[in-house]
Ligand binder design. Sequence first.
Ligand code: HEM
Length: 521
Amino acid sequence: MAARLSSSFMHRNSTWLLPWPTFTARVCSRGEGSAASAPKNLSTFQDKPRTVDDLPHVSFLELLYRLVVQGFYSRMHELQIFEKQRYGPIYRDGLKSVAVNTPQLLEEVLRNDEKFPCRGDMSLWNEYRDMRGFGYGPFTVEGEQWYNLRAVLNKRMLHPKDSAQYGGIINDVVTDFTRRIYYLRQCSPTGDLVTDVANELYRLSLEGIASILFETRLGCLEKEIPAGTQDFINAISQMFSNSMAVVVTPRWSRNILPYWRRYIAGWEGIFSFAKELIDKKMEIIQQRIDNNQKVEGEYLTYLLSNTQMSTKDVYGSIAELLLAGVDTTSNTLTWTLHLLSRNPHTQERLYEEVSAFVPADWTPSAEEVTQMPYLKAVFKEALRMYPVVPLNARIISHKDVAIGGYQFPKKTSFTLYHYAISHDEDTFPEPFTFKPERWLRDGRERPNPFGSIPFGFGVRGCVGRRIAELEMYMVLFRLIRLFEIKPDPTVGELKSINRTVLIPNKPLNLHFVERRQENAA
Ligand code: HEM
């Protein structure tokens, strides 16, 4: 348990990480198995139904050995592939959850999603909210309350038409970002190098999501980040970096050791920043109401004035949306730029699509960028190779289920090994090669849709998907039209490490060579 928790809350290289839930639900078992065994065939011809006891399983000690001695701790996504080779498509993992790692089994699990799907225990996050009387957000709330909250949050966000309304705001942010890229290039010795691109994309993503949620600009793309915004970024970092210590140290030590205090201080910083912006917006809305003026605005105004949500619930939801939206989007963009820099032919094909699509001096609208098949295929493929959320979970709470020919009682926890699935050789030949063409609808056979579902599935799937896609399409469109992106040979090979989201193991530098000739043409 601690291992999964720690992986979920690690902090590194100034990257702040989204916690995926920890699993407290155990597989209900009729008894412990003995040694790890070889995978068994999923034959349906057998005397009695197979149960969890018939599954191959990994012991906790073995998991510890792999993580600590074999060094899979930072490469838990690679451990998914290692275990798949050793134990087969379905087995009990070292934390006693049922691991599935083929598109077919993933589909079976997710088709059993209940009305209120559950990923796992979020009590560490809930504790702070309970202490301060803040409401729960989409990550922390469960059951019917979650369902009602999503009904509210989904509006103005989930449908492509909803996200299109933010096209103007996002384009403004992207314009500032390209300006910043020009500025950073100028400061570099070669005149075109941008160092630590992931950090720049983090600033872009935070600015983008905040401008939608708060309807205000934070200034992340200015030369110097404003102090209040920097405090907020530091607070996120502080909360995540102390989470692991809080989990592994006993409750009685909370007043003695510094971790709990720091962890809570991190949350205080996050909520006080969000609260200040929300309170400001409420004042503006109230003034307009008092003056009999029409209340107009984007997401926050909608939550505050058009829904039955209490202010404390708005605080909870906005904070969680903000935390969920930044690392995911920025790391996806980082991997995409990295892949394009290493694949000039792909980049050229993308440039052809981009430059043929709208006139050179034209800023594309949301409708326009979402109609570009190759651009979309590039992101689908980047997310297949680097699914920023490499692992997810479901607890089937209220019914017994049959998955892969095995019977499982209710409350069984399933771990969804997305990294292994999206590198499944049968579904994706040459799984480690970047081939956006796989995803084109040009008559070729398309891969199993469950082979890569980077935004999750069904009613509990990602609420920010359309906004993230729009932002990523818009920024890539503009960058590719302006620049040819080339690798910095001094960086060497970039590897992915797992810090809940997949991040690069070292800073990525890229050359942004201006396509001046072509732009002028
Ligand atoms: C490339 C960007 C992103 C990726 C790959 C991504 C991926 C995911 C995944 C895999 C899940 C879990 C879904 C499931 O369990 O089926 C999720 C949930 C969630 N995401 Fe995203 N996400 C991204 C961007 C965003 C953004 C921009 C926001 C905020 C605007 C956001 C907000 C959320 C929230 C609130 C949840 C929890 C939903 C719930 O439990 O009901 N995400 N995301």
